[in-house]
Ligand binder design. Structure first.
Ligand code: HEM
Ligand code: HEM
Length: 140
């Protein structure tokens, strides 16, 4: 049970990396004038999978901690970074859904969306470290 959360979050992070790769194609063509193809629908599907899994995993990790140790918010750095990720996940989802629903030429919102999600990717990789510390100190 305690392993489900780490495995899912690691998988979601690699899915997010792919979403970021697809998004970068868009960034290159819209802002740097490169001729690239943006796989819009695939980016939306892959991005949704990544962000929704992170979000569910955030709740799931807390639920598992409560179930196994009868307490929550005990993992220090790990849960603190998770709470930093929460607003960014919500913003990434909301901005993405909005731009997908109402398509038009935009400058600022796609940039904010890309920047926020890039930051999320860094934080998620950082969670590999803090999450490993939780496994080492609490589970192994
Ligand atoms: C990438 C996004 C991640 C988020 C948002 C996240 C969030 C959380 C949260 C909120 C908790 C509950 C902590 C508490 O109540 O103190 C938790 C628990 C935990 N996390 Fe993460 N986590 C992430 C990734 C990872 C990764 C990559 C690993 C392992 C390498 C990991 C390992 C753990 C472990 C072992 C627990 C204890 C509960 C359980 O195993 O289900 N997490 N996480
Ligand atoms: C980890 C997940 C995600 C990452 C890393 C990511 C990254 C990016 C990046 C870098 C761009 C290009 C921004 C620019 O041109 O300035 C972009 C554009 C876009 N993203 Fe995402 N994204 C993610 C999730 C999502 C989700 C969940 C949705 C929809 C539900 C979405 C919908 C869009 C749309 C529609 C655009 C094109 C906006 C436009 O140029 O008008 N993205 N994304």
């Amino acid at each position: 049970m305690l392993w489900l959360h780490p495995i899912l979050q690691v998988l979601a992070t690699f899915v997010a990396l792919y979403a970021g790769y697809l998004g970068m194609e868009r960034f290159l063509s819209r802002h740097l004038g490169k001729r690239t193809q943006f796989l819009w629908k695939r980016h939306v599907v892959v991005g949704k999978i990544a962000l929704c899994t992170w979000l569910a995993g955030l709740g799931g990790g807390m639920f598992a901690a409560k179930l196994k140790w009868s307490v929550m918010l005990v993992t220090g750095q790990h849960y603190k970074v998770a709470f930093l990720m929460l607003p960014l996940i919500l913003f990434g989802l909301a901005s993405g859904l909005y731009m997908d629903r109402w398509k038009r030429k935009r400058l600022v919102l796609p940039l904010l969306h890309g920047l926020g999600n890039l930051l999320l990717l860094f934080l998620a990789f950082y969670q590999f470290r803090t999450g490993w510390a939780v496994i080492r100190d609490f589970i192994l």
